[in-house]
Structure formats: C-alpha cells, structure tokens
Design a protein around this ligand. Sequence first.
Ligand code: A2P
Length: 332
Amino acid sequence: MSKHVAIVGVTGAVGQEFLKLLQQRDFPLASLKLLASSRSAGKPMQFAGEQLTVEELDENSFKGVDLVLSSAGGSISEKYAPIAVAEGAVVVDNTSAFRMDPEVPLVVPEVNPGDIGSHEGIIANPNCSTIIMNVPVWPLHKVNPIRRIVVSTYQAASGAGAAAMQELIDGSRAALEGRDFTPKALPHPAAFNAFCHDSEVGEDGYNLEERKMWRETRKIFHDDDLRITATCVRVPVMRAHSEAINIEFSEPMSERRARDILAEAPGVRIVDDRENSYFPMPLEATDRDEILVGRIRQDVSQPDGCGLEMFISGDQIRKGAALNAVQIAELL
Ligand code: A2P
C-alpha cells in the first residue's frame, strides 16, 4: 500500500540519499513531504520529475503522514519523533536518540528483521560503523559464535554530515595551495590527516563511536556476552567507511569456510584478489549497496585456528544510513 512519507533533514547528506533511494527503489509513495530547518524552507527540490518545496519542520508537520525517515540530529528526533508517533506515523530514526531504548527495536535488516515487529512507533537505525561491521560479521557469528572482535575504523567525512564533506574539499584545496584553513564541522583538519573520531571521549579513553559499536552490536545480535573493542578514526575519505576486523571464534574457522559463508551472505560482496592486490577500497564502495569484504585470512597469532582477519568498506551514507532505513521501511 502506498505511504504518505516525510523526510526530516532532507537537505543533509543522509536526507538527500533518502530522496535518491525512494526514487531508485520505486518506493510506493502516496505523497512526499520534505522537511528541514527554517534556513532551508522554500528551497525547491526535484523528485521523480516533479518539483517539491522544502518546508520548515514544526509540531504540525506530521498530520496525515504514515512514515517518517528522520536524520536531522538526536535532539530534533527526541522532540519530533514522539509527535509524529502521536499523529499515527511510524518513524525510522537515523539518530542515536532511541537506539539503546529497550522499547525501541534497533535493526539491520540482514541481521534481525524480526525485531521490527515489536515496534511501538519508532524503529532505530544503527550507527553507520556498526551497520557496516554487522552485515559481514553476523553470518559468521551465526555458524560459529564469536567470542571477541577487535575492530579499527577508517571513517569518512560524511559521517559528520554534509558540512564536513565540503570541509574536506575546501581544506584539501587550501592545503594544496598553501593557504591557512580553520576547520569548523570537524575538530581538526581532515585533509592529509587522520584523527580520533570526533565524538566525546569518556573517562575510560574510549570515544562514543567506539562505545556505540559494541553496545549496538550486542543489542542487534541479542548477545550481551559478545566482547568488542574498537578504535575509531576519521580519515580523508569522502563517504565510505573502512574497517579492519579481527575476530576470535569459539571454534576453529578456516579461511575457506569463512569465504564460503560470506559468498552467500546477503548484502556482502567479496573483493579479495591477492595476485593483483585488489581489495575493498572506499572509492569503490561509494554509491554501492553492498559491503565490500576482502583481506580474508587466518590470524597467524591464534594457533588454535579460531582467529580471522578481514578488511571491509561500505558506503556510510547508503548502507551505513539511508539504505538501511529504507530497507526497514520496505519491511514495514
Ligand atoms: P538545514 O539544511 O535546513 O540546516 P547533515 O547531517 O548533513 O549536517 O544534515 C543535517 C540535516 O538536519 C539538514 O537537513 C538540516 O537542515 C537538518 N536540521 C538541522 N537543524 C534542524 C532543525 N532545527 N529543524 C529541522 N531540521 C534541521
């Protein structure tokens, strides 16, 4: 049945991808409402050959709306998602506002689609690094329970929004031209640099992004015993995150078996050509739905055969955010 859909944060990096995906996937739309801040109200936008106008988000935005795709920041979702639900809409929320709420399902469709059924109006879309890791890790975990994961991320500017993407371009240009450049969207220059993920660092030294990776994965996998440690780093890449993942399984896992499982896994594409040193790269993951998985190899430091290494790349705006949310909406 066709839906009356509203996109909250439509002018942002993820909001724009929502628009693209609704068109590309032929989402059954009865109507589409584009919402952002007062700064963008009145701005024209093209959708499927029609011109639509961005409206300012307010308390009355959700009358007659069935489905809200929301990506305008946690505080906006905290305020407006309950209003949308009270109006009878289902909200698929891409912010961290409700992810760890025990009443709110947190869903990666390739992992826990069944959790959608328990929603009471809000379904949370997980953190981008978490989604990108979960897609290839879950099918392995299902056949051989994972005891521990050590993950290091190489995260794109897009995770910090459209302004950070522009800042990577402007900062690169300034650096090449020898001009001074003061970053605003990110805490440090993104061009020719790498730094600790720009989320709050706790007393234990972990930043919030790292914390999300283990908290959210445990909730999505329904496994509170899963041990995960993460190091999350921003790198000068536009819109695809990469991750080096070291896994310790409960039983030995051969490289061959892992490869066979991943070859069948939904949402995964193996890119692992040793002869030509051709492996997952963020540029090639860009604009793709699948998570690219490669460098699949036995961990030599685990003589019991229980260790596996891999390197993955996935489009942060697409599967890491908008596509995952649209897939949830399709399942609804
Ligand atoms: P706007 O462009 O009008 O500021 P990104 O994550 O790429 O930075 O995008 C953030 C999105 O959230 C944008 O669409 C932005 O709209 C929207 N947004 C930010 N603040 C508000 C607000 N107070 N009300 C509605 N939308 C907002």
